[in-house]
Design a binder for this molecule. Structure first.
Ligand code: PLP
Length: 401
């Protein structure tokens, strides 16, 4: 009988995927499921991206692409770093991957040895610890506090760093909380890193354009250019450009690391689909009006959802500053029973009961290393969001003491 490799045996299925699979099952049974579980923009991809992909076909560029990426896209990414982040990056420090996820995979595979520690502020996007573990890495969580706006404190990061630390992962705007780091916080973290020259930083900035209330994203490299030789920036077109299915992400970092990551990719997927690269280049080269319009819609939906959540007695909800998730706290409801009698022993039980009884798919906060919370994506239509909040209110009101 098939036995999975040891590196997979202890790896849990990400809760995001498990919840989406159960929601699909219930939907197939005819249940009126509203899924707020996935980080999937509900907008079509930009027209320019479609035209960019067609242009690749018409030009006959359908052969194997170079492993690090096609010139057109590498140059568009370099221009993006200049335009959006004020950074001058040579193309030799950039590579294109199958989504930001593959960039993370490449980086950890290229760098981690058994027992290397990866410091991850919690809540975190599920894939960092899971991918690190696949390569023998040991995730070290740094819990953030809700009262600090879910921002990691520099002293807490300093305490978590040991001689075995290989990486610090920063993801701001954050999935799942929407937290953003201000200049002073980045400066404090940069100071910690200056005391720990053996630590690399993975700065996942994939939500950089989705910032609200007039805030702007700052990259660690903007406040600490002296750390450039150990910062790997992860980014991509999935979120801001509504291009999740195109599978285009990119990484920018020290040349030696990028070379090692290219070696990993060369021995796995090779270069990324030429059509997708053409589409991504066109999306990046377009003016930002489409992105700004989507951001405005997310901000309006955020306001609507957070207001509705705060109106539900028993839930707490911090205001997300970016990305497209609300992250309400459930502390007051844990240990009680749903109207159908399910014991809401933790946020996983809560999310399951909510799915089975109110037909809303969410992800429990403990999947992100921080419960009891729920992550609700507001990358969904107004109608779905209004109806989901209505059902959630009824579900909570009917919880028995
Ligand atoms: C924080 C974060 N980073 C990276 C990714 C990867 O996105 P993709 O592989 O679609 O580029 C995601 C997707 O959910 C994410 O939330």
């Amino acid at each position: 009988m098939f036995q999975p490799a040891k590196r997979l045996a202890s790896l849990p299925t990400p809760a995001t995927i498990a919840m989406a699979a159960r929601a699909r099952e219930l939907k197939a049974q005819g249940k009126p499921i509203i899924s707020l579980a996935l980080g999937q923009p509900d907008f079509p991809s930009p027209e320019a991206a479609l035209a960019g992909a067609v242009a690749e076909v018409e030009a006959g560029r359908t052969g194997y692409p170079p492993i690090p990426g096609q010139k057109l896209l590498l140059e568009a990414v370099a221009q993006k770093f200049k335009r959006d982040n004020g950074l001058d990056v040579p193309v030799s420090q950039i590579m294109v991957c199958n989504g930001g996820k593959q960039a993370i995979f490449n980086a950890f595979m290229a760098s981690l040895n058994e027992g290397d520690e990866v410091v991850v502020p919690a809540p975190y996007w599920v894939s960092y610890p899971l991918i690190a573990q696949m390569f023998g890495g040991v995730p070290v969580e740094v819990p953030c506090r809700e009262e600090d706006g879910f921002r990691p404190q520099a002293e807490a990061i300093a305490k978590a760093i040991t001689q075995n630390t290989r990486w610090l992962v920063l993801n701001f705007p954050n999935n799942p909380t929407g937290a953003i780091l201000e200049r002073a916080e980045l400066e404090a973290i940069a100071d910690v890193l200056r005391q720990a020259p053996h630590v690399m930083v993975m700065s996942d900035e994939i939500y950089e354009h989705l910032t609200f209330d007039g805030r702007h994203h700052l990259s660690l490299l903007n406040v600490a250019p002296d750390l450039a030789d150990r910062v790997l920036v992860i980014n991509g077109v999935s979120k801001a450009y509504a291009m999740t299915g195109w599978r285009v992400g990119f990484a920018c970092g020290p040349e030696a690391l990028i070379k090692a990551m290219v070696k990993v990719q060369g021995n796995s997927t090779s270069g990324i689909c030429t059509l997708a690269q053409g589409g991504a280049a066109a999306a990046l080269q377009e003016d930002m009006s489409g992105v700004i319009a989507m951001r405005g819609t997310y901000e309006r939906r955020r306001d609507m959802v957070v207001k509705a959540l705060r109106d539900i007695k028993g839930l707490s909800c911090a205001m997300p500053e970016g990305a497209f998730y609300a992250y309400p706290g459930l502390k007051a409801l844990i240990g009680k029973r749903s109207s159908a009698g399910r014991l809401l022993s933790d946020d996983v039980a809560f999310a399951e009961a909510l799915l089975e009884e109110a037909h809303i798919a969410t992800v429990p906060g403990s999947a992100f290393g921080y419960g009891p919370h729920l992550r609700l994506s507001f990358a969904a239509s107004d109608e779905e969001l209004i109806e989901a909040c209505r059902r959630l209110k009824v579900f909570v009101e009917q919880i028995q003491a």
